[in-house]
Design a protein around this ligand. Structure first.
Ligand code: DUC
Ligand code: ZN
Ligand code: ZN
Length: 482
């Protein structure tokens, strides 16, 4: 009788720390042995010297999230997780977004309904706190943190989502008291509103003006403010989707002052520029509208450097899927909708890993260990899923990706598995793509075939984030806030 359900032979494994060659034995969905010449499995895969990496963890994606206009997200938990699995991602952390006036508990219940029996890979939830009432701060957040919702995103812009500065500070204080992680969307709302008003008044309404309405300085200023509030409260924070040099300078400033400010960036800031918003066919530019917007080539280089030298800890897709065509897509407000009425967001769950692997690891910019750290291990640590997720270790879930490298392919939307009718990365070459994706030992993607099943994915309550516990700072900070 076989000791193991599955044995992967001759795997060239990489974790965030090491590379090694081993057989990987899996039983009941977990890695139970790593070694040479392990006993037989009921099934076997010969990885024959190919990279075998921890499955990707996408710590920032939006699925089936209601919008405040006539647009609708194209991906729900069926198509979103299918697309993720085909691109080598085995865990996602989307958002349970509170609608102003709604309780956080109602938001969480709603998203469990949306995800339950649909996801084919495992998932946790971040909360989005949009209404920081006394009940939310004093009762709901502490209760939900203790139940496994240990990270929450807050917005400094978007009328229907943003918190006032005082509320930002209040939420940070709750995070400090309970060891949770706050993710901040840092853009200055008033700068954006003022610029938008003037651009529109001057007849500048096409998609390309989205970039002008969201300049680097609006991101820099809000990043600085968020860092200052985190310093005031003495709590770690994570700045999400950092796009440009000026925000990176703020992160470096924070690091040089010993502040625990973590940061995320996304593929759009490596592979797109504001020129993509300024497409000659004006409407096409809408395909790349996201916030913050893509910048220019020089900023792409700054973001690459930040990935190389440790400014960024996590690399996520910020998948926010809207179709280009149709009544509920990018032009849900009408064919001539001005840039401020076009939903923000682009798809990226399936392409995130192959883009970074091909243009980061295969070019020598990133080590394989850095790739694993940025796309899986750090994400698991940051949001309290480690060591169950994000590593190749005895006892960890058998979430693994066997990679094909040395291939020549271009990204084509026709080959992707989301429900969006375009990819902003159309035509970009990749020379690596997952050959096999395993979720808890089950094949969900192999040889170009999606093999997952709706409902296979499990909800993951998160522990408190590994790096987020506040350390007492006797010499400074406001220790009396509790
Ligand atoms: N910006 C966000 O903040 N969220 C979703 C998509 C986007 O572009
Ligand atoms: Zn955001
Ligand atoms: Zn987002």
């Amino acid at each position: 009788m076989s000791e193991f359900d599955l044995v992967i032979r001759n795997a060239r494994c990489a974790t965030a720390a090491d590379t090694f060659c081993a057989d990987i034995a899996i039983r009941d969905g977990r890695i139970v042995s790593l070694g040479e010449a392990l006993g037989k499995g009921k099934e076997e895969i010969d990885a024959a010297g190919r990279w075998v990496l921890p499955g990707g963890i996408d710590g920032h994606c939006h699925l089936d999230q209601p919008t405040s206009d006539d647009s609708r997200m194209a991906d729900d938990f069926v198509s979103g997780t299918r697309s993720a699995a085909c691109g080598g991602t085995t865990t996602i952390i989307p958002f349970a977004c509170q609608i102003k006036g709604q309780s956080l508990r109602a938001a969480v219940d709603d998203y469990h309904q949306r995800a339950g029996n649909k996801a084919c890979i495992d998932y946790a939830f971040h909360l989005i706190v949009t209404d920081a009432t006394e009940d939310v701060l004093k009762r709901e957040l502490p209760e939900l943190i203790s139940e496994g919702y240990t990270s929450f995103k807050i917005y400094m812009t978007y009328d229907d989502l943003k918190l006032a500065d005082r509320e930002v500070i209040d939420v940070l204080a709750v995070a400090r008291a309970h060891g949770a992680m706050v993710m901040v969307h840092a853009e200055n709302a008033d700068c954006i509103a003022w610029l938008t008003e003037r651009l529109l008044a001057n007849g500048h309404s096409g998609p390309k003006y989205h970039a002008d309405a969201h300049p680097m300085l609006a991101e820099r200023e809000a990043t600085h403010r968020a860092i200052a509030y985190a310093e005031l409260v003495d709590v770690p924070i994570l700045i999400v989707h950092v796009s440009a040099r000026e925000a990176v300078e703020q992160l470096r400033w924070a690091h040089s002052h010993g502040l625990r400010v973590y940061a995320e960036t996304c593929p759009q800031y490596l592979f797109l520029t504001a020129d993509d918003l300024a497409h000659e066919d004006e409407q096409e530019g809408a395909k790349c509208i996201c916030s913050p917007p893509p910048r220019d080539k020089a900023n792409q280089e700054v973001i690459w450097s930040g990935l190389e030298n440790g400014v960024f800890q996590v690399f996520s897709s910020d998948h926010a899927p809207f179709k280009f065509a149709g009544p509920d897509g990018k032009f849900s407000a009408g064919e001539d909708a001005s840039f401020d009425k076009i939903p923000n967001g682009i798809p990226g769950l399936e392409t995130r890993l192959a883009l970074l692997f091909s243009h980061g690891v295969e070019t020598g910019r990133l080590s394989i260990e850095q790739f694993v750290a940025l796309t899986a291990t750090n994400v698991a640590k940051m949001y309290g899923l480690y060591p169950r997720k994000g590593s190749i270790a005895i006892g960890s879930d058998a979430d693994l990706v066997i990679w094909d490298t040395g291939i020549q392919r271009k990204i084509r939307n026709a080959a992707l598995h989301h429900e969006v009718d375009y990819t902003p990365y159309e035509g970009i070459p990749v020379n690596a793509w997952p050959a096999i994706t395993l979720c808890r030992g089950q094949r969900v993607w192999q040889d170009g075939q999606y093999l997952g099943k709706e409902g296979m994915g499990e909800f993951l309550p998160c522990q408190l984030p590994t790096p987020a516990r506040p350390k007492p700072r006797p010499e400074g900070g406001v220790s009396w806030i509790g």
